[in-house]
Design a protein around this ligand. Sequence first.
Ligand code: GLU
Length: 374
Amino acid sequence: MNITTARRIVVKIGSALLVDEVTAAPRAAWLAGVAADIADLRARGAEVVLVSSGAIALARRVLNLTQPKLRLEEKQAAAAVGQIRLASAWSAALGAHGINAAQILLTLEDSEDRRRYLNARATIGTLLGLGCVPVINENDTVATAEIRFGDNDRLAARVAAMISADVLVLLSDIDGLYTADPKRDPSAQHLAVVERLTPEIMAMGGDPPPGYSSGGMRTKLIAAEVATRAGCAMAIALGTVERPLRALADGGRCTWFSSAEEGRSARKRWIGGSMGALGVLTIDAGAARALGRGSSLLPAGVTAVAGSFHRGDPVSIRDASGTEIARGLVAYDAADAARIAGHRSETLEQILGWRGRDEMVHRDDLVVSGEQRP
Ligand code: GLU
């Protein structure tokens, strides 16, 4: 796996890389290098999403909150001050390449509640379509202990899964995973590729680091589980160098975690198999042929809607004789689906009063009966 061939890349950047230890300000020259790398990747046609920490670290000094351990409410207050600085640092660095930075703050609930998940996914997709680089962080000011991701390694993995990224890069102060902590054990060996996250590999994460620092190898391995299971390869690469993504693209030392075997088709199996459908969409012969060719299901091809379902729920897609030909996750609630059935995508906004997806069931969310692979 290599980032030069990736279509959609999520890059996670930790506070230690981004914030100057002495001045407690953003490391502008380093950020400029990362922004140049991102501009290069985009020029090759890749879409890039950043998950950037640093909000709390950028505000500690300003607010005189320099004690090693902050209370939750102090972290939340610091994040409120620092997030503005963080966002403006990215906006300046990316703006120098004519790229618009777009700030997105997420909480754990946004990745667990299906509607919020779909909304976040759609917005990120729209921003990418508009040529922006979404810059994502946890919404620390409202995330209480129970609803925190807590660390941006995991947040980045959830984001990568959410937007079907093919590569997640965790930029770190270390160039990958070692069989033991190389700072303590001179016999520790670097691993260039991890094919499978066995219990033995997971044990290499060790204990969480002390103090505020929320990352460490442990959360990176948890992130690897989330990402690779979703069909996304992950790299842990050295971020302390100038132009770290270029270094990775040039074959710099790192650890690649292969995406779980057929992650995508596993998802398709899940859609097609185990779920009980909550509704039925009957479609015409033209739409049935289009599904067979791997297209999305458009509202125009739907002749009837039955059942009670919400956006994101599994539905059965049947032909006029009632034979199931596909299953999928529907993009509209039952009532809206019934209103737009039979109508062309251009007219949906007029009918609904708002602009939803063009597809009734997107092809990524669809599995045609008998289909083994996407
Ligand atoms: N969201 C936190 C911040 O921006 C960082 C979390 C992390 O370090 O993983 O300060």
